[in-house]
Design a protein around this ligand. Structure first.
Ligand code: HEC
Ligand code: HEC
Ligand code: HEC
Ligand code: HEC
Length: 508
C-alpha cells in the first residue's frame, strides 16, 4: 500500500473526504460532550419543585417528591442483604460472634445487646429494639437519656429548633420518643432552601469552636466529610455544661488521637461506667470514625467520606449522588475505580488484608483484657485494697480504651490501618503491664496459680457469667414494644398531619 500523502497527491479528492469526515466527527463529539455537561447540570440544579416545605420538614418522603432520584437511592439503605468479610448491611449480633465483648463491657449497656450497624433507614427502629434503651413502660424508665436520640433522626434539628439543645438532651429516653420518628435523612444534611450541605448538630459546631475553628469556613470538600462527622465520632455526656443535663460533647480539645482524648478524659476524671468485675473506671469509645479517618492516607489526599460512600452514579444518562450509603465494597466500580485503575479483586484484597492484620492483633488485646478483668475480680475476692488496685485499674482503663477506639470505629482498619495498628500495639503493652502487676499482687495475697479463663464460648454463657438477667430484659422490651411504641407512633401521626396544614408553604 502507498503512503497516504502519495495517495492524496494522486487523488486530491481523498484529502477533502478525510478533512470533511474529521470535521463531522469533531462536531458530533462536541455535541456529545456538551449534552453530557448539560445533563449533569440539569441533574444538579434544574428541577421542578413539586412541593414546598419548611426548613425543618423531617419526612424524607416529602423531600423525595422534589428529588426522586436521590430519594430512591436513599431508600436502598433499607436493603439488608449485602455482606462483606467483616461488615455490610446485614444484622450481625456482635456478642454472638465474639462473646468476649460481654466481659469487656460487664456492668454497661453494651453487654446486654450490641449489633453491627445497618443502613440509615433503620436508625430509629434499631434504637427502639436494642436492649440498651431498656423497656420503659408505666413507671419504669429507660436507663438512657434523650441525648441518645441526637444522631438518629431529622426530627432532632426540628425539635432543637423549637426548644434548644439543652432542653432536648434533658430527661430519660422515653420522654421524647413520640417526637423522634423519622429515620436519618435529608434535613440532617441539607438546607431545604438551597440544598447546600449544612451542619445541623450543635455538638460538632461547639467542638470546632473550642479548638478555635470556624466550621462555616470549611471548604465544600471538607463539608462532604463534616456532615458525617456530626454523628460518626467519639462523644460523651457532660453533666457540667448545663446543670443536670447530659450535654453531648466531643472530646477534641487536646486533639483527635486516642492519647489526646484519653488525656482529656483523665484530666476531668471522667468515666462512662465502673466495670462490674474489675471495678476499673472505664471509658467506652463510641465510633470515632471521623477522627481515625483524619489520620489516614485518603484524608491526607483530600478524599472525603462522600467520595467513597456516596459516589456519583448514572441513571438514564443523568449523573447524581448516590444516597445509598453503605460499605463501598458493595459498589467498587463507582466507589474506588474512579480513582484507582486496579482490578476489583485486587482492591478487595487490599481492604481485606488490612482488616485481617488489624483484627488479628485486636483479638490478642481483647484476650489480655478479659484475663485482666477476671484476675482483678480474683484479687478483690482475696482482699486486695483500693490502693493496691489503683494503678492496675488505670492500666486496664487505658488499654481497653485503645482496644475500643480501634474496634468501635467501623471501617477504621481500612480508613487508617497504620494508626489503628499503632494504637492497638500500645494497648497490648499496657494490658501486659497490668497483668504483670496483677500476678505480683495475687502472689502477695497468697495466690500463686493461674486464674482460670472463664467459659465464655457463647453469648448466653458470657451473659450469665457477668450476672445479667436476660429473661427480664427481654420481657420488659417486649412490653415496651407492645404497649408504649404504638402510642408514640399515633402521637407522631397526629402531629405530622398538622405540618401539612400549618407549615406547608406552597412555592410557585
Ligand atoms: C444524623 C446522624 C448521622 C449522620 C449525619 C450520618 N450517619 Fe451514618 N449512621 C448513623 C447511625 C445512627 C447508623 C446506624 C444505623 C443502624 O444501625 O440502625 C449509621 C450507619 C452508617 C453506615 C453503615 C451502613 C450499613 O449498611 O451497614 C455507614 C456506611 C454510614 N453510616 C456512613 C455515613 C456517611 C458516609 C455519612 C456522611 C455522608 C453518614 N453516615 C452520616 C448516623 C449518621
Ligand atoms: C448523610 C448526609 C446526607 C443525607 C442524609 C442526604 N444527603 Fe443529599 N447529598 C449529600 C451529599 C454529600 C451530596 C453531594 C453534595 C455536593 O458535593 O455538593 C448530596 C447531594 C444532594 C443533591 C444534589 C444533586 C446530586 O445528586 O448531587 C440533592 C438534590 C440531594 N442530595 C437530595 C437529598 C434528599 C432528597 C435527601 C433525603 C432523601 C438527601 N439528599 C439526604 C448528603 C446527604
Ligand atoms: C477520590 C479518589 C479516591 C477514591 C474514591 C479512592 N481512593 Fe484510594 N487512594 C487515593 C489516593 C490519592 C491515594 C494515595 C495514593 C498516592 O498518593 O500514591 C489512595 C491510596 C489508596 C491505597 C494505599 C494506601 C493505604 O491506605 O494503604 C489503597 C489500598 C486504596 N487507596 C484503596 C482504595 C479503595 C479500596 C477505595 C474504594 C473503597 C479507594 N481507595 C477509593 C484516591 C482515592
Ligand atoms: C477511601 C474510601 C473511604 C473513605 C474516604 C471513607 N471510607 Fe468508610 N469505609 C471504606 C471501606 C472500604 C470500608 C470497609 C467496608 C467493608 O468492610 O465492607 C468502610 C467502612 C465504613 C463503615 C462501616 C460500614 C459497614 O458496613 O458497617 C462506616 C460506618 C464508614 N466506613 C464511615 C465512614 C466515614 C464517616 C468516613 C469519613 C469520616 C469514611 N467512612 C471515609 C471506605 C472509605
Amino acid at each position: 500500500m502507498k503512503p497516504l500523502s502519495e495517495l492524496i497527491r494522486l487523488k486530491p479528492v481523498i484529502g477533502w473526504v478525510l478533512f470533511l469526515a474529521t470535521a463531522v466527527i469533531v462536531f458530533f463529539l462536541g455535541l456529545l460532550a456538551s449534552s453530557i455537561i448539560e445533563r449533569r447540570t440539569e441533574a444538579v440544579y434544574a428541577y421542578t419543585p413539586q412541593v414546598g416545605y419548611s426548613q425543618f420538614e423531617p419526612r424524607n418522603e416529602i423531600w423525595g417528591k422534589n428529588f426522586p432520584k436521590e430519594y430512591q437511592s436513599y431508600l436502598k439503605t433499607s436493603d439488608t442483604t449485602f455482606r462483606s468479610k467483616y461488615h455490610g448491611s446485614v444484622t450481625i449480633d456482635m456478642l454472638e460472634v465474639d462473646p468476649g465483648l460481654v466481659i469487656l463491657w460487664a456492668g454497661y449497656g453494651f453487654s446486654k445487646d450490641y449489633k453491627q450497624s445497618r443502613g440509615h433507614y433503620y436508625s430509629v427502629k434499631d434504637v427502639w429494639n436494642t436492649l440498651r434503651t431498656g423497656g420503659p413502660a408505666g413507671e419504669r424508665k429507660s436507663p438512657m437519656p434523650n441525648t441518645c436520640w441526637t444522631c438518629k433522626s431529622p426530627d432532632v434539628p426540628r425539635l432543637m429548633n423549637e426548644i434548644g439543645a439543652a432542653k432536648f438532651y434533658i430527661g430519660t429516653w422515653e420522654t421524647k420518643g413520640h417526637e423522634i420518628i423519622n429515620p436519618i435523612g435529608c434535613a440532617d444534611c441539607h438546607d431545604a432552601e438551597t440544598m447546600n450541605l449544612q451542619i445541623t448538630r450543635p455538638a460538632l459546631r461547639e467542638a470546632f469552636e473550642r479548638i478555635g475553628k470556624d466550621i462555616d469556613m470549611a471548604s465544600h470538600q471538607e463539608m462532604r466529610s463534616l456532615i458525617c462527622a456530626q454523628c460518626h465520632t467519639e462523644y460523651y455526656f457532660n453533666e457540667n455544661v448545663v446543670k443536670g443535663v447530659p450535654y453531648l460533647m466531643f472530646p477534641w480539645d487536646n486533639g483527635f488521637k486516642a492519647e489526646d482524648m484519653e488525656e482529656y478524659y483523665d484530666a476531668m476524671d471522667f468515666s462512662d461506667w465502673t466495670h462490674a468485675l474489675s471495678k476499673a473506671p472505664m471509658l467506652k469509645a463510641q465510633h470515632p470514625g471521623y477522627e481515625i479517618y483524619l489520620t489516614g492516607t485518603h484524608a491526607s489526599r483530600g478524599v472525603s467520606c462522600a467520595d467513597c460512600h456516596m459516589p456519583y452514579i448514572s441513571e438514564g444518562g443523568q449523573k447524581f449522588t448516590s444516597h445509598h450509603i453503605v460499605s463501598p465494597l458493595e459498589n467498587i466500580s463507582n466507589s474506588c475505580q474512579v480513582c484507582h485503575r486496579q482490578e476489583t479483586e485486587r482492591l478487595l484484597r487490599d481492604v481485606y488484608e488490612r482488616q485481617d492484620k488489624i483484627i488479628e492483633n485486636r483479638d490478642e488485646l481483647e484476650k489480655l483484657l478479659v484475663h485482666a478483668h477476671v484476675e482483678s475480680k480474683k484479687a478483690w475476692e482475696l482482699g486486695a485494697t483500693e490502693n493496691q488496685m489503683k494503678n492496675i485499674l488505670i492500666d486496664i482503663r487505658h488499654a481497653q480504651w485503645r482496644w475500643d477506639y480501634a474496634a468501635a470505629s467501623h471501617g477504621a482498619s481500612f480508613h487508617s490501618p497504620v494508626e489503628v495498628g499503632r494504637v492497638i500495639s500500645t494497648g497490648i503493652t499496657i494490658a501486659q503491664e497490668a497483668r504483670i502487676k496483677l500476678t505480683r499482687l495475687l502472689a502477695d495475697l497468697g495466690f500463686n496459680k493461674e486464674v482460670p479463663y472463664p467459659d465464655i464460648s457463647t453469648k448466653a454463657k458470657a451473659q450469665a457469667f457477668v450476672g445479667l438477667d436476660m429473661k427480664k430484659l427481654n420481657f420488659e422490651k417486649q412490653e415496651f414494644l407492645e404497649e408504649v411504641l404504638p402510642t408514640w407512633l399515633e402521637m407522631a401521626n397526629e402531629r405530622e398531619k398538622n405540618y401539612e396544614v400549618e407549615t406547608y408553604l406552597k412555592k410557585d
